[in-house]
Design a binder for this molecule. Sequence first.
Ligand SMILES: [Zn+2]
Length: 55
Amino acid sequence: MGESNNKIICPDCEAIIEMNVDTAVGDILECSECGTEVELLSKDPLKYSELTEQK
Ligand SMILES: [Zn+2]
């Protein structure tokens, strides 16, 4: 399979958030469309969760 599967879908606006090769588990990725922050929980299989800020 030559298809890359390292794409995170923003839970808020469904935009694609692409990971860098050096993105590590525990890193926080930010959606470029809406600014939602997503924490990478696992790379294989790909798991992530939306960060909910307490204000
Ligand atoms: Zn978004």
